[in-house]
Design a protein around this ligand. Structure first.
Ligand code: SF4
Length: 283
């Protein structure tokens, strides 16, 4: 599911019309970042202090993609602009959570799990709501030797009833719409895999026995229906992924060292946004 922290603060009804932009003086279009795009100074990483600094799962992903953007956000407080809320994806997540909670309470597998041959039940734990609450930082861990607290909101966690009884299985819901069955084969889905691995690592660091296999529950809105009829018809599949968490802690230590340095990392040369910003800045 998309992180809540990346979906807030934008109201499409408030955006400027093309005519208004045409009439605006150029310097008003290249103004400093809007306040909501800045990390509050008390939440920024300060190398001179020992205070804890929050780093979300998606910020670790940002660090993997571009150390500069990560540094601009966490150390200097310039966040990437927020994206629009993914309302349909969020509603699918909410409905799935509600449904799985019914079976969590009963201690029974959901029919999707039975159909996919997964011998597990939704994990019942007093912290399940806190772990799923991205706005309140989900499951978290303070990384020894650093001041960083890393965490994120999971979609679900299931408990194995099979061979490795009691092991936890990290589960992520994904909503999509494609003609072919949903898979993890596309190159860009490496970020999904890293997401699952970070959650596996977080649960391990919180003392749980965690399966190497994470599960992606895809809700794929079929494209081959003749009429819309105000309905989307979803095909639900569960795709396993064998995670490798060996990279996570070293990447976080790497991020901590980058944050402590006064040197701003170079941009990722493949990023269209930085090229655009550099070219626009020359006007
Ligand atoms: S290259 Fe620039 S815009 Fe792109 S991710 Fe890095 S700092 Fe951000």
């Amino acid at each position: 599911m998309p992180d809540a922290e990346h979906q807030q603060g934008v109201n499409p009804t408030e955006s400027s019309s093309p005519e208004a932009i045409d009439r605006a003086p150029l310097n008003s279009l290249v103004s400093p970042p809007i306040p909501s795009a800045r990390r509050a100074s008390k939440r920024r990483f300060d190398p001179s202090l020992q205070k804890e600094c929050w780093v979300s799962r998606s910020m670790i992903e940002m660090f993997v993609e571009c150390q500069r953007c990560f540094y601009l956000d966490v150390r200097l407080g310039f966040s990437r602009p927020k994206s629009f809320p993914l309302s349909i994806n969020n509603e699918i997540d909410r409905r799935l959570k509600e449904e799985f909670d019914v079976y969590r309470q009963r201690g029974e597998p959901h029919p999707y799990m039975i159909k996919a041959g997964i011998n597990a039940v939704p994990f019942k734990h007093e912290n399940i709501d806190a772990w799923r609450d991205a706005l309140h930082r989900g499951i978290r861990y303070r990384v020894p030797g650093t001041t960083l607290v890393v965490g994120g909101g999971i979609d679900d966690v299931w408990e194995s009833r099979g061979e490795n009884k009691g092991q936890l299985i990290v589960v992520d819901y994904k909503a999509t719409s494609q003609a072919a069955p949903a898979t993890l084969d596309d190159e860009w889905k490496i970020s999904y895999k890293r997401q699952a691995e970070i959650y596996q690592w977080l649960f391990r660091m919180n003392g749980f026995d965690v399966s190497d296999t994470a599960l992606f529950l895809f809700c794929n809105a079929r494209k081959n229906t003749d009429v819309f009829n105000s309905k989307l018809d979803f095909e639900v599949t569960i795709v396993p992924y064998k995670g490798d968490t060996s990279w996570v802690e070293s990447k976080i230590l790497n991020a901590f060292n980058v944050l402590r340095s006064d040197e701003i990392p170079a941009p990722n040369g493949c990023c269209d946004y930085c090229r655009f910003a550099a070219q626009a800045g020359r006007i």
